[in-house]
Design a binder for this molecule. Structure first.
Ligand code: SF4
Length: 272
């Protein structure tokens, strides 16, 4: 066992459900989805975000991803060798009644797969949460672990695939297997959502399918700063993914991130 970097409490890697990890929504008795049919059935039964988060966090429906996330949790990156790894699917993070939903791709092997919280503990998250803080959507500019006090009343961050995939590349089957979790989450949070921000082209396609009242025709194209109407009071904004590569090459800058989230806050009625 190794100690959590913030709480100091010891954990196995991967972390067993209900062991006391900060923010762990599950218990040892939470039902485990073992295949695609069980994901569909359990996702359809969830009646609250808390219940859904718990079910997602113990899912084992994709054999390749379960093996990978748990293998990474044991071998670890050298710089995190002294830490326990979450090593489980990562539930959505943020308000259960958000006005803005941010759609990513999948957890990073040594980021959210380590910390158990979306975009927490990696370079992409450093950029994302700094921008969200500059635009007043979260309470602090950093997101380092699941006990660091990060809070929001306005946003929720979700991902179409909840387990870290090898080479950041889930297969089509894995995407389809995980989709019912995302769809169930959307159904629970949708009523108050005014803006969906898609981080990248795949997230854009997922958001169009998930959130449009009627699929728009012609299908709007993804681009940084692109805007599509999803319904009378709901918009989709495109944003390049704040990946290390996009930020390092200057394809995406902090100012470009700020522009998107300032616009999102304005459309959601959150601006001063
Ligand atoms: Fe379950 Fe989704 Fe992870 Fe597959 S990717 S094991 S469906 S949580």
């Amino acid at each position: 066992m190794l100690n959590h970097p913030c709480t100091g409490r010891p954990f196995d890697s991967p972390v067993p459900p209900g062991a006391g990890w900060p923010g762990d929504p599950a218990t040892p008795g939470t039902p485990v989805a073992a295949d695609a049919a069980q994901v569909t059935r359990l996702a359809g039964q969830a009646r609250s975000i808390d219940e859904l988060d718990a079910l997602i966090s113990v899912c084992r429906a994709c054999p390749r991803l379960v093996t990978w996330r748990e293998q990474v949790a044991v071998t670890k990156r050298r710089s995190f060798a002294d830490q326990p790894y979450w090593g489980r699917p990562v539930p959505g993070w943020g308000s259960p009644q958000p006005k803005i939903v941010i759609v990513g791709l999948a957890p990073a092997a040594n980021g959210a797969n380590r910390t158990g919280r979306m975009f927490t503990g990696d370079r992409s998250g450093d950029q994302l949460y700094a921008a969200l803080h500059r635009t007043g959507l979260v309470n602090q500019p950093t997101s380092v672990d699941a006990a660091d006090g990060l809070h929001t009343d306005d946003i929720r961050i979700i991902a179409p695939v909840r387990c870290a995939p090898p080479a950041n590349a889930p297969t089509t089957v894995e995407r389809n297997t995980c989709a019912p979790w995302n769809d169930a989450e959307w159904q629970l949070i949708a009523p108050g959502v005014r803006v969906v921000v898609a981080l990248g082209g795949f997230a854009w396609q997922v958001a169009l399918r998930m959130a449009a009242d009627v699929p728009p025709k012609p299908r709007p194209k993804f681009g940084h700063g692109a805007v599509a109407e999803l319904g009378p009071t709901r918009w989709l904004l495109g944003c390049y993914h704040p990946s290390q590569q996009n930020m390092f090459t200057g394809r995406l800058t902090p100012a470009m991130l700020d522009d998107v989230f300032t616009r999102a806050a304005g459309l959601a009625g959150l601006s001063d």
